[in-house]
Ligand binder design. Structure first.
Ligand SMILES: *[C@@H]1O[C@H](CO)[C@@H](O)[C@H](O)[C@H]1NC(C)=O
Ligand SMILES: *[C@@H]1O[C@H](CO)[C@@H](O)[C@H](O)[C@H]1NC(C)=O
Ligand SMILES: *[C@@H]1O[C@H](CO)[C@@H](O)[C@H](O)[C@H]1NC(C)=O
Length: 246
């Protein structure tokens, strides 16, 4: 119950903030008083990859272009994404796409693509003085195919995206938006010196975030009962948890 209480408060807070900023809620993890949870240990590359995916509100997706001007060449666009509501990341990057997008026209000819996500998109790297190209500014390359999500996953994809990108609800229906995901087949993680680490999809999806009872672990904060990120409580403004007991 206390976990759910904290989650509801957090979601309410995130919702308010997203609304206040007119839906431009890309980095909801590190705006206002909601700080990024701490980076997982760098030696646990699979966990770092899941962390980077979950805190990323957008990424750069590379496709092989179908545009006659650059046909067959790499082409990269910025896409909003979400792998789940805050605190409940699934690891699957979901997108909301339109056939009018160049990226989708590329995908219609070649489903293979690579998504790059970086903590440079959050306050983490600048706060630590890490240049975006520094391996310490953790980033990942997720390669695979982009596919439409089926009926089974539709609700989760929609909730994941609309929670973190409220503006999507108002995008014009004439653009025929649909839900898609990256079916990840290969993962590279750059989180320390010595070159990119290879993580398998099995290792990546195997990661579960910390569960705690809410007691005797005052340094940890459960955000949900599903995929859980831990948050050092010094990163949370205690005022937001006033009505919850721990
Ligand atoms: C939908 O996709 C999920 C994940 O890929 C899969 O587990 C499920 O069986 C699919 N459902 C249908 C009805 O095809
Ligand atoms: C995802 O990729 C795997 C490996 O290439 C493939 O076997 C599977 O059918 C793909 N799933 C979907 C939904 O495209
Ligand atoms: C999955 O996680 C469990 C528990 O952390 C671990 O023992 C196991 O080796 C992991 N398996 C893979 C494929 O990563």
């Amino acid at each position: 119950m206390t976990g759910r209480c904290a989650l509801l408060l957090l979601l309410a807070l995130l919702g308010l903030q997203a609304e206040a900023r007119g839906g431009r809620g890309h980095g909801e993890w590190d705006t206002g008083d909601v700080k990024l949870p701490p980076l997982p240990p760098r030696e646990d590359a699979a966990r770092v990859a899941r962390f980077v995916t979950h805190v990323s509100g957008w990424g750069a997706l590379a496709t092989i272009s179908a545009n006659p001007a650059v046909r067959g060449r790499p082409f990269v666009d910025v896409l909003s994404l979400s792998d789940g509501p805050p605190g409940s990341g699934s690891g699957v990057p979901y997108f909301y796409l339109s056939p009018l997008m160049q990226t989708v026209q590329d995908l219609q000819e070649n489903l293979y693509s690579t998504l790059t996500l970086s903590l440079a998109q959050t306050s983490y790297c600048v706060n630590h003085g890490f240049d975006p190209q520094s391996p310490l500014c953790a980033h990942t390359m997720l390669s695979g195919t982009v596919t439409k999500v089926n009926e089974t996953e539709l609700d989760f994809a929609k909730t994941s995206l609309f929670t973190r990108h409220p503006a999507m609800k108002t995008w014009p229906s004439s653009h025929n938006w649909f839900f898609a995901k990256l079916n990840i087949t290969n993962i590279w993680v750059v989180d320390y010196f010595g070159g990119a680490k290879v993580v398998t999809p099995e290792e990546y999806y195997n990661v579960t975030f910390h569960r705690d009872s809410g007691h005797d672990q005052s340094h940890l904060l459960s955000l949900s009962d599903g995929g859980i990120l831990t948050t050092e409580d010094k990163h949370m403004h205690p005022g937001h948890l006033l009505s919850c007991t721990w």
